[in-house]
Design a protein around this ligand. Structure first.
Ligand SMILES: Nc1ncnc2c1ncn2[C@@H]1O[C@H](COP(=O)(O)OP(=O)(O)OP(=O)(O)O)[C@@H](O)[C@H]1O
Ligand SMILES: [Mg+2]
Length: 340
């Protein structure tokens, strides 16, 4: 039973985007970005000392940073730590807590985030929340989809690709893998490959990301991908089909390799069910042809089925909220994951 005063929050703290959902119907997704004025004029223009979320991108006079890198809090500098705290505080503000609420949040971190990182998230959460629990991101996705056994979840984010084998119990470290080849890796590689072919283009990883988000594919497509870019200031049309294909395909071999390892970790009696239930999640799961390519690579494991989640931005946060709702907050520290 949820106490009337309990505000339950599911939070997916992502490298590029974070999502928040609450038991009162609150729903928000925002860029995991914190901006600070560069100088006094900036403070005057902004009217405050910092800004969080998508609005930062519209204000060129701010210096900004993504405080989560590879899905993990960057706590090396004071500003990185400060930015990570502001990000979490923003997520909680979006959940609209009311005076008198007991504010309880389940927060997703990458699979295999170290104990240290889990601890960092909890330390940050302490002054902001009454009760908090940290769980692995792909487990949250699986929980939200009700796929808690005989399933494999591949969550392709910006900083990490998190893979998790669901065996009907809380995933242990041997059931999970976190690869640093994910969306950001594709962006850099694509930028590099296009620049190698067209050296005079004015290109950035942000432009590469835009191209990828519009056209990403692996395998074959029946179209040439031609886009307008700028070469020494002048507009030019360039064909980036091959570069885009090979940049996107670069994440596939390690995903397949990890899936093969995790498949072998299932009881032989459940392996056939597990390979028939591979679920792709995260923004990177939108790459066209990816499910088919993974299924083809695993063909020798039997009847492989790869599906994708419907809502790539909210699945993790929804799973976290479901977990928060199913389990009274008093018990959060008893299920084997870290809690405040
Ligand atoms: N249509 C698309 N095709 C390919 N990639 C996409 C598409 N849409 C979004 N992405 C990529 O998905 C990534 C963001 O996904 P997601 O929001 O799941 O990541 P995140 O949760 O912020 O990161 P992480 O899980 O690593 O912390 C970005 O790299 C983005 O460019
Ligand atoms: Mg994510």
């Amino acid at each position: 039973m949820v106490d009337k005063q309990d505000l339950l929050i599911g939070i997916d703290l992502g490298t590029s985007r974070s999502a928040v959902v609450t038991n009162r119907g609150g729903r928000a997704v925002f860029e995991s970005l914190v901006g600070y004025p560069k100088d006094l004029i900036g403070v005057r223009l902004l009217g405050t000392t910092h800004l969080v979320g998508d609005a930062v991108l519209e204000k060129p006079y701010l210096q900004w940073l993504y405080p989560l890198k590879d899905g993990v809090i960057q706590g090396r500098s004071v500003q990185e730590r400060d930015a990570a705290e502001k990000l979490l505080a923003h997520a909680i503000t979006l959940a609209q807590p009311r005076a008198g609420d007991r504010v309880c949040a389940v927060i997703g971190v990458p699979a295999n985030a170290s104990r240290l990182n889990q601890g960092q998230v909890l330390t940050m959460a302490k002054p902001l929340l009454d009760i908090a629990m940290v769980v692995s991101e792909p487990f949250m996705v699986a929980y939200g989809l009700d796929q808690l056994s005989d399933a494999l979840v591949v969550d392709i984010g910006a900083g990490t690709t998190d893979i998790c084998a669901l065996k009907g119990k809380l995933p242990q470290s041997e059931d999970q893998a976190s690869l640093i080849k994910a969306g950001n890796f594709i962006d850099s590689l694509l930028c590099h490959k296009i620049s190698a072919r067209y050296p005079d283009l004015q290109l950035s990883t942000a432009i590469a990301r835009k191209i990828k988000e519009q056209y990403a594919f692996v395998g074959t497509v029946n179209e040439r991908i031609e886009i307008e870019l700028r070469e020494r200031g002048k507009p030019v049309t360039v064909d980036v089909t091959d570069e885009l294909r090979s940049a996107c395909e670069a994440i596939v071999p390690e995903i397949v390799e990890q899936l093969e390892k995790l498949i072998q970790g299932f009881d032989p009696a459940t392996q056939a069910d597990a390979v028939a239930n591979i679920i792709l999640a995260g923004g990177g799961s939108r790459i066209r042809g990816l499910g088919q390519m993974i299924a083809d690579a695993l063909r020798s494991y039997g009847d492989v089925k790869v599906s994708g989640v419907k809502d790539v931005f909210y699945t993790g946060a929804e799973g976290a909220l479901k977990l928060a709702s199913d389990l009274p907050p008093e018990y959060w520290d008893q299920i084997g994951v870290t809690a405040l």
